[in-house]
Design a protein around this ligand. Structure first.
Ligand code: SAM
Length: 291
């Protein structure tokens, strides 16, 4: 439509007209490509009965498209200078609302309850500020917010790690943390050329479908993640050495070998080869072991 801001020319015009110099420190790289927007929107599976929470609307390129599909859009933006621009670009979309704030400090559970009551499913859809990609996603997941999907554009390298399966060099504690809560799926890869200004890295859109329950039964989630972290502390070391360094003294490290074997894990394996289910077994065995 004529009011869509997502072209390089319209984006530059708006920035010039408002004398706005973008801040690298806030991850301000604005999307100017209609095809990429369509990919993001279709991955989000919105309907008029659903709500979309956007983080960092910028000048509203994605917000406009979300407002065409979802029943309600709430967009959290930290940069006050963008608010008058958003008022302008979002004026044709009364179901879209901008909240001024820092997404990492906001009470998102309360925001969701307040703004989306009556809607049947809430998704986070965003082109995230890259300097805080992981903290934002971990906040959304660890607070166990009532979300259906998280569809976000992030650095390609981070997307690869979030979606990685066991066995490769991308697989690590971030993969397990994300996949504990979600099914992760790479939607599309996005070249740096579609942003104004261009970032230094390529990007990818990733879809995280929130699970109804955890994929492995663990009695103590914090301890499970502690075991995972410890297993990757030194990637080149075996699971035996990494877990030994974290949980055992020199004298009783032998017990760890027996414990791993009993859990069906060869002690000479490296952390990157263990599945989530295997980590669940190791964590349960360690939790029940007097060290
Ligand atoms: N959605 C727009 C687009 O796709 O063109 C802009 C995306 S830009 C990559 C990231 C946006 O996040 C910027 O508008 C930036 O000001 C905003 N932002 C940065 N840090 C934030 C924070 N802590 N809380 C909320 N928004 C933030």
């Amino acid at each position: 439509a004529s009011e869509d801001v997502a072209t390089p020319k319209r984006t530059k015009d708006i920035l010039n007209r408002h004398n706005l110099v973008l801040k690298k420190s806030l991850g301000q790289n604005f999307l100017t490509d209609g095809n990429v927007l369509r990919n993001i929107i279709s991955a989000a599976e919105l309907t008029p009965e659903k709500g979309a929470l956007e983080i960092g609307p910028g000048i509203g390129a994605l917000t406009q498209q979300l407002a065409k599909e979802a029943g309600r859009v709430v967009a959290v933006e930290i940069d006050q200078r963008l608010l008058p621009i958003l008022r302008e670009t979002l004026s044709p979309y009364p179901t879209a609302e901008v909240v001024h704030g820092d997404v990492l400090k906001l009470d998102l559970r309360q925001l969701i309850e307040e703004k989306f009551s009556g809607l049947s499913g809430i998704s986070v859809v965003a082109n995230l500020p890259y300097y805080i990609t992981t903290p934002i996603i971990m906040k959304l997941l660890e607070e166990k917010l009532p979300l259906e999907n998280i569809v976000v554009m992030i650095q390609k390298e981070v997307a690869d790690r979030m979606a990685a399966k066991p066995g490769g060099k991308e697989y690590g504690s971030l993969s397990i943390a994300v996949q504990f809560y979600c099914e992760a799926e790479l939607v599309t890869i996005v070249p740096r050329t579609v942003f104004v200004p261009q970032p230094n890295v390529d990007s990818a859109v990733i879809r995280l479908r929130l699970r109804k329950g955890p994929p492995v039964e663990v009695a103590d989630e914090d301890f499970f993640f502690e075991v995972v972290q410890a297993s990757f502390a030194q990637r080149r070391k075996t699971i035996y050495n990494n877990l030994g360094a974290r949980f055992f003294s020199k004298e009783n490290k032998r017990d760890l070998e027996a414990l791993l074997l009993e859990a069906g894990i060869e002690p000479s394996r490296r952390g990157e080869t263990l599945s989530m289910e295997e980590y669940g077994r190791v964590a349960e065995a360690l939790r029940n072991c007097p060290t």
